[in-house]
Design a protein around this ligand. Structure first.
Ligand SMILES: Nc1ncnc2c1ncn2[C@@H]1O[C@H](COP(=O)(O)OP(=O)(O)O)[C@@H](O)[C@H]1O
Ligand SMILES: [Mg+2]
Length: 621
């Protein structure tokens, strides 16, 4: 069954068009730290030979054409596309990438073009329409109305009407099909109607009908809007192959062929090879890559040269037909800035965060149930621990405070996989200039404020009254505030480390290790005096220390200070206020500790921002 392909609405606008060219482009794998170090210490063979992934590539993609980069797996297709898309910085490659004959301005080009990676990085809990809508809101000026119009057009163009309201889904929670997801990924990059579209493997994993649909769609865009489309492809069928205007055949990082399909066929025949029936030219060419003469600028071949000139003329004619050819300055002039103001970005991203949190059942529902259940269970275990006097009762209560903090600080780290999953999307969006890194960090912080306040209250309300802590409203409110701030601290800590670590396993190991040592140095197990001086910094960095002291002061300071904690023969031996003095805790710490905790939150968030910014900066350069 052939899926319908609608004609996109070009809106009658003349879009600038771009010719992309590479000249003697080579890219070697960056040397690892190991190589650098061994280079310093080994005297004989200080440097391993560099591994070139792309070697001396000369190719061209023109407006109004689909250029397909083909070749066997590992040939360097993705790498070449990443260089064209500006994902690999021009400073890391040798040779040139030219746009309309001028060296590419990677930053502008990234914003002007649309780049679809091979892996679909989408929010599984958003619907197809919402996914496109958020992308449109972030990339288009003109607010909701403009975005909704564009999304409506895109959904029609991409043939996604049937699944517009369905969630994208992932893994076990299957949502839309693979082909539909691929089209959504393409749609996300098409919202701002880029003049250049780069797509890595648009058809891999799709059945032949869906694959044909995707390529036909691109073909229609090329024909009607004069876009420059470059895509990589693995094993196209006959019908798909016919839709390509230009083929770049790669093998081991080098170009075997750069031109039309007919041209390739002629070259194969010229090399004395016979194409068997029922095998398409490209498939055969990939099979016999070793036998095709490599095409370089020096390859003398008058016949092909003439043919190429013909192709060029054809293409120029197309340019004349109504697509304005942009020049380089034009690109710099048009280099789009952010579509939204700072505040608008925060509000859009905040809305998306909220949707994701509320729909992440594991996070949302379990956090709520966990807080409530833990509150009731802990409450019932430590119930009225204060009715008795003496050291045991005091120790029990201290144990309750310590355990509460362990619970509050450690359960928040389960947000790590969600943060990590989002990081891929974040990197993609910021590299294409969709929003500022700072807006993302601020929106993320703001969204968690009410959510964690609710979680904190669900825990505090049962536990505070069941355990029988100091029975006054101000005591309860202060306790609830400390719990809230502890949750925020833990959340910021996790956000910061999720920006830093490469993988989930490393993230959980580091976070668990640090949390454990924070607990150890909190002052609960080892008093401050007993901690060796060279470890004392850990005491001050401990996320446990400050709220633990706050709990003690709230319970045993102020109005509760006159309470008797230990008595002998009717005479009080230890008043609460004396206990605090023993612990070297002043009443004023009640607020200074809160300030320290707030500065921890701020510090971790700023660190998170800096790490994310560095990550983006590294990708940019
Ligand atoms: N960052 C990297 N580290 C190590 N090897 C890499 C890296 N990027 C690419 N390669 C290697 O370069 C070759 C080309 O990769 P790629 O461009 O992904 O190929 P293709 O997309 O054609 O399958 C492969 O052999 C791959 O293993
Ligand atoms: Mg690839």
């Amino acid at each position: 069954m052939e899926l319908p392909v609608s004609t996109p609405d070009s809106g009658g606008k003349k879009k600038g068009s771009y010719t992309i060219e590479t000249r003697n482009l080579s890219y070697a794998l960056p040397t690892s730290l190991y190589d650098e170090v061994s280079g310093i210490f080994c005297c004989k063979n200080p440097k391993r030979p560099q591994k070139f992934i792309i070697k001396d590539v000369n190719c061209e993609a023109r407006p109004g054409e689909i250029t397909a980069i083909a070749g066997p797996s590992g040939a360097g297709k993705t790498t070449l596309l990443e260089i064209l898309a500006g994902k690999i910085s021009p400073t890391k490659v040798t040779g040139e990438v030219l746009v309309n004959g001028h060296p590419v301005n990677a930053k502008c080009f990234r914003r002007l073009s649309g780049y679809v990676t091979q892996e679909d990085a989408l929010f599984p809990l958003l619907t197809v329409e919402e996914t496109l809508m958020y992308s449109a809101l972030l990339r288009l000026q003109g607010g909701k109305k403009e975005a909704a119009n564009r999304v409506g057009v895109l959904i029609k163009e991409l043939g996604l009407e049937q699944v517009a309201g369905a969630r994208v889904g992932r893994g076990a929670n299957r949502g839309i099909s693979g082909g539909e997801r691929r089209r959504v990924s393409i749609g996300v990059e098409l919202v701002h109607d880029p003049a250049v579209i780069l797509i890595d493997e648009p058809t891999s994993g799709l059945d032949s009908a869906s694959a044909l649909h995707v390529i036909s769609l691109l073909q229609v865009m090329v024909a009607h809007q004069g876009k420059t489309i470059v895509l990589t492809i693995h094993q196209p069928g006959f019908r798909i192959l016919e839709l390509f205007d230009r083929l770049v055949l790669l093998s081991n990082g080098g170009v075997l062929h750069n031109g039309s399909l007919e041209h390739l066929e002629e070259r194969i025949k010229f090399s004395g090879l016979q194409i068997p029936p029922h095998i398409n030219v490209l498939e055969f060419a990939i099979d016999v890559t070793g036998s095709i003469v490599i095409q370089t600028s020096e390859t003398p071949n008058v016949h092909f040269h003439i043919k190429d000139q013909g192709e060029k003329k054809e293409s120029l004619r197309k340019d004349d037909e109504g697509f304005t050819v942009s020049n380089h300055n034009d690109m710099v002039d048009k280099c789009p800035s952010y579509a939204n103001s700072y505040v608008e970005e925060i509000s859009i991203l905040g809305g998306r965060f909220c949707k994701n949190i509320f729909r992440t059942k594991q996070l949302f529902a379990t956090r709520i149930i966990q807080a409530l259940v833990a509150g009731f269970i802990l409450g019932s275990i430590f119930m009225n621990a204060d009715n008795n006097l003496g050291q045991v009762a005091l120790q029990t209560r201290l144990g309750f405070f310590a355990f509460s903090l362990t619970f509050l600080l450690s359960t928040m780290t389960e947000g790590l996989p969600i943060f990590l999953q989002e990081r891929t999307i974040f990197m993609r969006e910021t590299s294409r200039g969709a929003y500022r890194v700072s807006s993302y960090v601020v929106a993320n912080t703001i969204v968690f404020l009410p959510f964690l306040l609710m979680v904190g209250l669900l825990y505090t309300v049962p536990v505070y009254w069941l355990v029988g802590l100091r029975g006054s409203m101000d005591g309860f409110l202060y306790f609830a505030m400390v719990v809230w701030i502890v949750l925020l601290m833990s959340n910021s800590f996790t956000a910061c480390f999720s920006a830093l670590v490469p993988t989930f396993i490393m993230g959980t190991s580091i976070i668990a290790g640090l949390m454990g040592s924070f607990f150890l140095f909190s002052g609960y197990f080892l008093s401050k005096e007993k901690i060796p001086s060279y470890w004392i910094f850990m005491h001050y960095l401990s996320l446990f220390k400050y709220p633990f002291e706050c709990f003690l002061i709230n319970e045993y300071g102020g109005k509760g200070g006159k309470r008797c904690l230990e008595s002998e023969r009717g005479e009080c031996k230890l008043f609460a206020i004396d206990f605090l003095k023993q612990q070297d805790l002043k009443e004023s710490l009640k607020w200074t500790n809160l300030a320290v905790m707030l500065s921890f939150i701020l510090g971790y968030r700023v660190l998170c921002y800096l790490i994310l910014w560095c990550r983006c900066y590294r990708t940019r350069n």
